[in-house]
Design a protein around this ligand. Structure first.
Ligand code: HEM
Length: 314
């Protein structure tokens, strides 16, 4: 009881990291509390002509930027099988290398939407899962939570098919950002990262047969033959669209502005070292891109820093 009280007095982001760690059976020394299993690749981003109409950000003008990209499976379990139902959503973290050692990141997932509008609700969902072991009375805590939280239920029920490759999955920024162009015009939007050759998924039968590291094994083979390309675009909010709630999905009919092409060229030979030393951060931004006041977005850097501090310290 005292331990529970002490836990509930900690910052919500720290409680989330603790519950993520508990759910994965961790801590696992040196690994992320979420999206622990990953692979790091190198490539390039070339902006499209349309990008500057949305934002004056330096990497969205004319020059190409080198990028480092980390694909990942969900959960804090570093050995999670890639096709495991809990290994979703998949993640993509993109670091654009700018001049003089500066950088900016995009950190996105393979679902168009998030289960919670506030960190407290995300914690509530995770805690309800943690309290719903095989012996839990029915309705279990997670069944009760989902029954009273429609956005969490919608997220849990969203189809999450296993991709053929990280290069055949599409990713969503989920949180909105405010983009400002050189004329001072501002628009809110959400990133979309889409494979240029289209998405491709395994059948349920194929997913059941997939080897535990099939995605991690596939990418080096694919890239040794040809680069993998994604289009990065922004889905632009209409007037009246909710821009501070990642559970609210905007209609597919919203305008999309193409930002450019992401070309992945090779596996990073120092990827394991890089991922351990690196904390991707969706709020490391450049002039021309600002955070929205989405409470989930604003909570992310603090949560990631708790995880980063722990994995560096171990
Ligand atoms: C309050 C909400 C959230 C919390 C508490 C949370 C928590 C975490 C934590 C603790 C990590 C590990 C960080 C590290 O050790 O470097 C992480 C990584 C990650 N998160 Fe979140 N997250 C949240 C929301 C989101 C959202 C909305 C997205 C995508 C739109 C997302 C995508 C990712 C990805 C892709 C990674 C792996 C990044 C990498 O490769 O280093 N998260 N998250």
């Amino acid at each position: 009881e005292d331990a529970n009280v002490a836990e509930s007095n900690k910052p919500v982001v720290e409680q989330i990291v603790n519950t993520l760690t508990k759910l994965s059976g961790g801590p696992y020394q040196g690994y992320r509390a979420n999206h622990a299993k990953g692979i790091v690749v190198q490539g390039e981003f070339v902006p499209a002509k349309s990008a500057a109409s949305l934002s004056k950000a330096v990497h969205l003008q004319t020059k190409a930027s080198p990028v480092t990209v980390r694909f990942s499976d969900a959960t804090g379990l570093p050995t999670i099988p890639d096709a495991d139902g809990n290994a979703f959503p998949k993640g993509i973290a993109i670091r654009f290398q700018l001049a003089e050692g500066a950088y900016t990141d995009i950190v996105s997932i393979s679902t168009n939407g998030f289960p919670a509008a506030k960190p407290e609700d995300f914690l509530g969902l995770l805690n309800s899962i943690a309290a719903s072991g095989p012996d839990a009375a029915k309705p279990s805590p997670v069944e009760q939570f989902l029954g009273s939280h429609p956005a969490a239920l919608a997220f849990v029920q969203m189809p999450k098919p296993a991709p053929v490759s990280f290069a055949t999955e599409s990713f969503y920024g989920v949180n909105a950002f405010k983009f400002t162009n050189a004329k001072g015009e501002t628009q809110y939007g959400r990133y979309r990262i889409t494979p240029i050759n289209g998405t491709e998924f395994l059948t349920k039968e194929q997913a059941a047969q997939a080897t535990p590291n099939y995605l991690m094994d596939e990418l080096p083979v694919r890239l040794s033959k040809a680069p993998a390309k994604f289009k990065i675009a922004v889905q632009v909010a209409d007037k009246g669209d909710v821009v501070n709630d990642p559970t609210v999905v905007w209609p597919e009919t919203r305008k999309q502005v193409e930002l450019g092409t992401l070309t992945l060229k090779n596996i990073d030979a120092d990827g394991v070292k890089f991922e351990k030393a690196t904390m991707f951060n969706p709020l490391v931004l450049v002039d021309g891109i600002d955070a929205s006041d989405d409470p989930i977005l604003l909570a992310r850097p603090a949560a990631y820093a708790v995880s980063y501090g722990r994995r560096l310290g171990q």
